[in-house]
Design a protein around this ligand. Structure first.
Ligand SMILES: [Zn+2]
Length: 212
């Protein structure tokens, strides 16, 4: 193949952003990290602060960081932040980031639980210096009708039909870990690659706030 063709094809490769919410989970997150390692894929994990209080949880996040994944903030208690005062939203975000501090992670991303946001939530997150990150590809990996691997078809269909490449998954369900490798293989074969949020600079910045 001529070099210029190869290069052209290379430039066509588009990033897919795998994002995992609600962890760390002592067993499932470890399994997901293993799949990502095997498939040489990167992802972003939105951490629930209260989960870090479980023995062993911080170590899993440390492992994710060491393996090149990005860590984001998914609040302390996983509540609907639109019901909270500015002060309580601040506490939810800042306390979670403080819990991550021992790992030396500079957390710059916030994903509000359930994707619930409004002007107040967005303003507080921005004023605290974080980027608010939602998603545009929700396969409902947690739902009964998505089991065991229908959620994989849903992701691929949304990528094909809508170019929706910010994927919402949850690293607390075994079936998500079971079929993640299959998802990565399917999209990799089509030329997509799996990047952490922000890794690809301009594009991630351009996507900014992704609406559902
Ligand atoms: Zn969540």
């Amino acid at each position: 193949m001529p070099a210029y063709v190869e290069q052209y094809q290379c430039e066509l490769r588009l990033p897919v952003y795998l994002t995992f919410d609600d962890g760390p989970h002592l067993r499932v997150t470890r399994r997901i990290l293993q799949v990502l390692r095997e498939e040489r894929a990167k992802a972003t994990f939105f951490i629930v602060g209260n989960r870090l209080k479980e023995p062993g949880a911080l170590e899993i996040v440390a492992q994710a960081i060491a393996e090149g994944h990005t860590i984001g903030n998914h609040s302390l208690t996983h509540c609907d932040l639109t019901l909270f005062s500015e002060r309580d939203i601040t506490t939810e975000v800042v306390t979670t980031s403080k819990l991550l501090e021992p790992l030396g992670v500079a957390c710059t991303l916030v994903r509000p639980p359930y994707g619930r946001t409004n002007n107040v939530v967005a303003k507080v997150i921005e004023e605290l210096g974080y980027q608010l990150v939602l998603w545009n590809n929700d396969p409902r990996d947690w739902a009964r009708e998505s089991q065991p691997d229908k959620w994989v078809d849903a992701v691929v269909a949304a990528v094909h039909e809508r170019n929706a490449r910010v994927i919402l998954c949850h690293d607390i369900h075994e079936t998500t870990a079971d079929h993640l490798g299959c998802l990565i293989k399917r999209l990799s074969r089509e030329g997509y690659y799996f990047a952490t949020w922000g890794e690809t600079g301009k594009e991630a910045g351009g996507l900014g706030q992704v609406l559902q």
